[in-house]
Design a protein. Structure first.
Lengths: 280, 253
């Protein structure tokens, strides 16, 4: 009896130690690969800033990418913004009515959309639309040796493919955020007009009265960083894509996942820094 | 075994000495040597994963060798800076295994693309249109000038890729599996095209292939790449008559 009890205790200890080691090893390996990736992405970012100032400048490709990314994301950003404006107003209205504060609706919606919801929602939509697109496009170019062909022909593929795309997203995202914000506010106005018979002039006068430069400038600066993150991560994942079609899918997928996480981190830092400036 | 005596007297345009390349513990190239002479068609055969593609990528600077020297037209490419390497690359054409045409560009734009960085070679006022049509007509595909790569068949893609290689008027052409993935008739057409190009432009060619028929038709001399080394060097006739079991295995197909 004692022998059976002892052996089962030993077996229990052995299993629990093994499981713990397995978990620790797995987490350790995952952490290691995460930090390696962060290091490689940092090197990639430094290379981007070095190459961006070097000649020759690929203006034609930059304009083409700006058109592709800006124009083709407009509808998606517009629809998302419109729905966000509608939903935000519809859901907030009953609560504000309870406190008799429904007249604060334009100010509340204006500030929340311009400061936070507009930039982050537009950036997340663009991470899905543009980030995955860049990851898949560059990934498939890597797998089919098109990037190698470019290099052999004497063109710097990093400059032609990466620099132009990252610059294009960085420049286009703040513009898309402005358009998205405007459409979201219009969506909110429609609800207010239908439910509370508020006029266009009154609604937007209240919105602009409540907004300050301190709301608009941090949001715009933040949008540039969001664009930079989307472009850099998408290009990084695609440019160093693993061989095979599975690699392309993985590049596109991880570009979206990694960018989304990074967007929230940037957002947190931006809000934190802005808060420090407000306190000053 | 020695390559064709007539060819071995000509100028050496490409030479590899003691090339080593490994990926972790996997030693892919273990002291590989080769010489390509002016106007020669040199075929390199080896099993899958034997390091043929790694070797050819080291030749154009797409990969960095661990050690050894690679001399292209008397310039050691391992010691060249990026600018000098890009200038030298204008004299080396590279036909990729999967054609590697730019998906987002038309055939015309694919051919114009290499010209944009090599205005020094042809002068600032180059007639791009004329050069594109000339390159496409040499592969018989002028009619495909405004098509997208997705609209072309595998054989057509290979021919367009070949014309893109020719547009820079290279002195050396590197072919990475030029007939792989093609049906026997199209593969034969590509081989004939390669011979025509060699005759017309007098280029030197380094051809990497598994295709014994391609090697028999096109090669002036051959190298068998086994265990990362130049295991056997000679003409097709000499190597196919060898009694060495490792060499014999290549010609059993």
């Amino acid at each position: 009896m004692i022998i059976i009890l002892n052996s089962s205790v030993i077996l229990y200890i052995w299993i629990s130690i093994s499981l713990r080691m397995l978990v620790y090893t797995n987490i350790g390996a995952q952490l290691k690969s995460f930090f390696i990736e962060i290091g490689e992405l940092s090197y990639f970012t430094i290379r981007f800033f070095k190459e961006v100032l070097k000649r020759p400048f690929e203006f034609k490709e930059l304009i083409r990418q700006c058109y592709n990314m800006g124009n083709r994301s407009l509808l998606l950003v517009g629809i998302t913004g419109f729905i966000i404006g509608l939903v935000l107003t519809l859901q907030t209205r009953p609560t504000l009515m309870e406190f008799g504060a429904v007249s604060w609706m334009p100010s509340m919606v204006g500030i929340s959309i311009v400061r936070e919801i507009g930039p982050i929602i537009t950036a997340l939509v663009c991470a899905g639309r543009i980030g995955s697109g860049i990851g898949a496009e560059l990934g498939s170019m890597r797998v089919t040796e098109q990037i190698d062909a470019m290099e052999v022909s004497g063109t710097n593929p990093f400059k032609y493919l990466v620099v132009t795309r990252v610059l294009a997203v960085t420049l286009m995202l703040p513009l898309l955020v402005i358009v998205g914000d405007a459409i979201a506010l219009f969506g909110s106005y429609l609800v207010e007009n239908i439910k509370g018979n508020v006029s266009f002039m009154l609604y937007f006068n209240q919105v602009f009265d409540s907004l300050e430069f301190g709301d608009i400038i941090p949001a715009t600066v933040k949008s540039f960083f969001f664009g930079l993150a989307i472009g850099l991560v998408g290009c990084f994942k695609g440019y160093y894509c693993e061989k095979g079609t599975a690699g392309v899918g993985k590049a596109a997928n991880s570009a979206v996942v990694f960018t989304s996480l990074l967007l929230f981190i940037i957002d947190f830092i931006a809000v934190f820094v802005t808060d420090i400036f407000y306190d000053l | 075994m020695m390559p064709n005596a007539n060819i071995s007297n000509r100028e050496i345009v490409l030479e590899i000495k003691n090339l080593y390349k490994s990926f972790g513990d996997n030693n892919v190239l273990n002291g590989f040597n080769m010489k390509l002479h002016q106007g020669e068609n040199l075929v390199i055969m080896g099993k899958s994963g034997s390091g043929k593609s790694v070797m050819i990528k080291c030749l154009v600077g797409l990969m960095e060798a661990d050690s050894g020297s690679i001399s292209v037209m008397h310039q050691d490419i391992t010691k060249l800076d990026q600018k000098a390497l890009d200038i030298l690359r204008a004299d080396i054409g590279f036909l990729f295994q999967g054609s590697a045409l730019y998906d987002s560009m038309t055939v015309r734009e694919n051919l114009e693309f290499p010209l944009r960085r090599h205005t020094k070679k042809f002068g600032e006022h180059i007639d791009t249109e004329k050069m594109v049509i000339e390159a496409l007509s040499s592969v018989g595909l002028v009619s495909a000038i405004d098509l997208m790569p997705s609209e072309l068949s595998g054989g057509m893609k290979r021919r367009v890729a070949l014309s893109r290689t020719l547009i820079l008027q290279p002195k050396i052409i590197l072919y990475d599996e030029p007939t792989s993935g093609l049906d026997p008739i199209t593969a034969k057409e590509i081989i004939i095209l390669m011979q025509d190009i060699q005759k017309k432009y007098g280029t030197s060619s380094l051809i990497i292939t598994h295709d014994v028929d391609c090697a028999r038709v096109i090669s002036d001399s051959m190298i068998l790449l086994i265990d990362g080394t130049d295991y056997a060097v000679g003409t097709f006739k000499e190597l196919s008559a060898s009694e060495d079991p490792k060499i014999k295995a290549f010609f059993k197909q």
